[in-house]
Design a protein around this ligand. Sequence first.
Ligand code: CU
Length: 126
Amino acid sequence: MQRWIMFGLFLVACILGVGVLFQNISTRQAEMASEKAEAGKSLKIMASNFQFDKPEYTVKAGDKLTVSFNNKEGVHAMEIVGLNVKLDGTTKSQEVTFDKPGTYEIHCVLPCGTGHANMKSTLIVQ
Ligand SMILES: [Cu+2]
């Protein structure tokens, strides 16, 4: 009798486990779908010690995007030279219309440590 109870409990635990697993998967899928939908409207820049997540970012001339900035590691701030875009841990996003094609330098504007001077990336407006 006790065995059946244990088996029953085990079965319930398994079902709950599988349920949670599938719920996580569907939540993740929904997140990914919304990230994809947003991808066209935003430019995400992530900073760590001592680099940006991409050596080069590309946008299309005429695009109006939300530029967002996040510190994944360390404390940094960024500027896109010539476009009047400055973001940091407090001001994390800014609407920008990229109307002039060209190559712009992105760099860290907060002395953040030994690699600070090399914290550079490029934005290409095509
Ligand atoms: Cu820095």
